[in-house]
Every structure is written in C-alpha cells, then in structure tokens.
Ligand binder design. Structure first.
Ligand code: CA
Length: 361
C-alpha cells in the first residue's frame, strides 16, 4: 500500500469512528424517566425484572436513556401504577393488569384469566394471535402503550390449614385470594380476604384466615407459610400463567427517539423470556426445600377443579353480556386458547407425560 493511500484509508477510518461513536449522543437527547413498579424489592424476580429492563435500555442507548425504577409505594401505592402512568405522574410503570379489573374486567386478558393459557400459549397469543393488538387498543383509552415483560408460569394454589377433599370443603373457607379467582371461589362458598403480603403469615398463624395464595415455590418459601398452613395445593388454576406488563404513557412513548423505543421494546421482550427462565430455575430448589421442611403437596380433586371451571365459564358469559370490549377480546382469546390446547395435547403433552413418569434408568 502506498503511503498516500494508507493515510487516506486510515484517515477515513478515524473519521468514521469519530463520527459513529458520538452519533447517538449528538442526534438524540438525554432522557430520564421514572418507572413505578407495583412490586416490593423482596419479590426480586418481579421487581428485579424492572431493574433489568432499565439497565439494558441504558446500555443499548449508551447511557442516553435512563430509567429509574421505584418499588411499590415509593412514588405511588402498588395498585395505582396504571393511574400514575395514565395521568403522567410517571412516564412508565411495571404492574399486573388484572389488579385493575375493578375498572374493566377485560384488563385481565393482559395478565391471566382462570383456566386460561400457559406462558408459552400466552406469548403465542400476544405476539402472533392478535393479543398485543387487542390489548393495546384497550390500553390506548388509558393513554398507555403496554409491553409484556415477564411471566410467572403456572402458579401454585397456595397454603391451606386443612385439606380440600371436596367442593363442600370450600364452604366458609376464609382465603386470601383476589381478582377473578376470588369471584369464582366466592360463588362456591369461599370468603375471599384481601390481605397484603406482609400480613398473610400472622393471619394464617392466628387462624384469622384458613388459606392463602401467593405465587409459586420460590416466592412462597421466603414468606414461610409452610410453618402455619402445611397443605400446599396445586395447580393455581386462576393463574395457568401470569403475565407482567410494562406500561408507557402514550405521549411519552411518541416523544421518544426511535432507537430508544426499539431499546425499550427489545429489553421488555428479553425480560419476558428471562423472568420465566428464572422462575423455572429457582422453583425447583425452593419446592424441594419446602417439602423437606414439611409442606404437604396436594392436587385439587378433579370435582373441585370442574366446579371452579364451570363457574368461570358463567362469569365470562356475564362479562361478555355486559361489556362489548370483554366480548370482543374473549372471542379472540378463547378461540386461540382452544386451538392451542389442540396442538399442545398432541406432541407437547405426550412428551411431557412420558418423560415425567418414566422410571429413571
Ligand atoms: Ca397468585
């Protein structure tokens, strides 16, 4: 290479590098947002996901787009995150949309409906079955753009001081359970109780309540329920999966430079995979510890499951009759779910049943 050419090439290289590195900095502003989470820091898998998203967004934008995460109660109470994003108190939030079914039962489609889909099926509906489009139409009325940001997978049905052997055993059962599950169980005689996470243990210990549902082995173990209510029931049919969401105020979203939008979107998608993987990895060890500590695993008897299933279907018919929006989303969701069930019972279910039951060689 001639010296002149070398200088030209090297010069071009240097110039390209000099321009490329600060390009994002020059063309895009420093943006600082606040994210209000519904979750306490102690639920590290849920709250930790919000921190993970903020970190990834910052690194993807070379520190130009910074999101500061606040735990539930730090800026607004845990169950007011939707309102805070809607009215612009914060630019974004992390929550579970079924907390807000009092405003609109259709919001549950963004998290979970009893006897709904597992985490894989929920993702399939959201990304390829019209779910994201339908839920975004709904959220646009709340000035929010929603993003799936994680899933707990199928939850446990919680901790019971006595065994549930029949539908009759539900009568008068004082249980810490909320949302649609609470409405369904109430029709079968359960007395639903609304109790914050920190107050469940003493209530179970004193016998003020007879049962409590929380999440799954990893989160449940930390609260020590097995010491005061030894029967650990499954499955949590009200949460065949539970999707968490990031809410972004619509105006704030529109004002974001395109690369920042991409960064946030991709960080949420990554978080959606990560949360499920983390729960699956951690639940195994936690369940083993719980059983070693004396937890008695129990599956709900089929007649109990069937009774709850039937009440759930009646409830969806009621909501559909009252709300055209619920009816519209339920139509898409239930058809997609039924098709997923058809597919999953062929290969997936046959495979699962075999490998979980085969005697190890
Ligand atoms: Ca739960």
């Amino acid at each position: 290479m001639k010296r002149r050419d070398f200088i030209k090439t090297a010069g071009l290289g240097a110039a390209t590098t000099a321009v490329a590195a600060p390009a994002l900095a020059q063309s895009h502003p420093q943006v600082r947002w606040r994210m209000a989470s519904s979750f306490p820091k102690s639920l590290d898998t849920l709250y930790g996901t919000a921190e993970m998203i903020a970190g990834r967004v910052s690194r993807l934008t070379e520190g130009r787009f910074e999101i500061r995460v606040f735990a539930g109660g730090e800026i607004v109470p845990p169950l007011q995150v939707l309102d805070a994003v809607q009215n612009g108190t914060v630019e974004c939030g992390q929550s579970a949309s079924y907390y807000y079914i009092g405003k609109n039962p259709a919001l549950a489609f963004d998290t979970a409906l009893p006897f709904g889909m597992n985490a894989r099926q929920q993702n399939a509906w959201m990304y390829y079955g019209g779910g994201l489009q339908l839920t975004r139409e709904m959220f646009s009325r709340y000035n929010i753009v929603n993003f799936p940001c994680g899933n707990t997978g199928t939850q446990m049905a919680g901790w019971y001081r006595k065994e549930i052997k029949s539908v009759a055993d539900l009568k008068g059962l004082k249980m810490r359970v909320a949302g649609l599950a609470g409405m369904i169980l109430e029709k079968l005689g359960v007395v639903p109780q609304q109790i914050g996470g920190a107050d469940i243990y003493p209530a179970l210990e004193k016998g003020t309540i007879d049962a409590a549902e929380w999440v799954g082995p990893y989160d449940d173990e930390k609260l020590g329920f097995y010491k005061v209510a030894k029967y650990y029931y499954y499955p949590g049919w009200w949460e065949g999966s539970a999707q968490l969401s990031i809410y972004v105020n619509s105006k704030q979203w529109a004002s974001l430079p395109k690369p920042y939008q991409e960064a946030l979107e991709v960080a949420c998608a990554e978080a959606n995979i990560n949360m499920m993987a983390r729960y699956d990895a951690k639940n195994t060890e936690a369940l083993r510890k719980l059983v070693n500590a004396g937890a008695q695993l129990r599956a709900f008897p089929r007649p109990v499951m069937e009774a709850c299933y039937n009440v759930a279907q009646d409830l969806y018919a009621e909501f559909s009759a009252k709300s055209p929006e619920f009816k519209k989303i339920y139509g898409s969701w239930s058809q997609f779910r039924d098709n997923q069930y058809l597919w999953f019972r062929v290969a997936e279910n046959t495979f699962d049943n075999f490998v979980y039951s085969i005697k190890k060689k």
